[in-house]
Every structure is written in structure tokens, then in C-alpha cells.
Design a protein around this ligand. Sequence first.
Ligand code: ZN
Ligand code: ZN
Length: 132
Amino acid sequence: MAVIKHSKQRDAIRQFLMSRTDHPTAEVVYANVIKEFPSISLGTVYRNLSFLVENGQAIKVPCEDGSVHFDGNVHPHYHFQCKTCGAVLDLDMDGIEEAQSLNRAAAANFKGMIDGNVTFFYGTCPDCMMKQ
Ligand SMILES: [Zn+2]
Ligand SMILES: [Zn+2]
């Protein structure tokens, strides 16, 4: 992995992610962080986002439509993407432990080790429902 020297930039990227609940893409992070660090490149933003994800300080949310979003909220939670506007929302779910018992079910007849699973929900968001 490339050496990342500019931890001020990484702090700014992390701060920005923590301040948002709309799961920005790397491009959105870049468009905001460049206001504070005019010389930052999109590649640096990507590298810092990967670093945060690898170190458990952010979550990468790959979506159905091929876009990749980032989340500063690292507590286990599920995501929803609107098929109409592409918005990525957090789901406030009851029974999240039941959803995670899927790991145990998957591990039952599997000789390897299951660390997690990715479940993704999609449909129409409340804003788009209003517009219909
Ligand atoms: Zn929508
Ligand atoms: Zn989230």
C-alpha cells in the first residue's frame, strides 16, 4: 500500500464522512475536501478512504447500480438504495441480530470461516414516493 503522509487530509476526510448521513461517493468527498486542501487529488481521496475502511474507521457501501458510497458510521447497520434517485439511506431495523444470525446459518454447513455478510435493500425512497 502507498505511504500516506498527509494525515491532516485524512482527518478532514474522516470529519467530513462523520458529519454526513447521506453516504457520499469518493467524488462528493473530493468536491468538499478540495475546498480546504486545494491541491488534493481524487486519487489521494480514494487512497485515504481505503485506508479508513481498512482501519475500521469507515464503511464502504457498494451499491446495486455500481456506485460506491462511504459511511462514517461504523456501527453494524443495513443500507437501502433508491432505484429512482440513487439515494443511499440507513435502515433503522428491529431484529438486526436476527439478520446477523445469517452468518451462523451460512457457517453451519461450511468448512471455512464466515466473517460477515452483505445484505443490501433497494426500492423507492420516501422522497420519491411523495413525488409519485
Ligand atoms: Zn429516491
Ligand atoms: Zn450507513
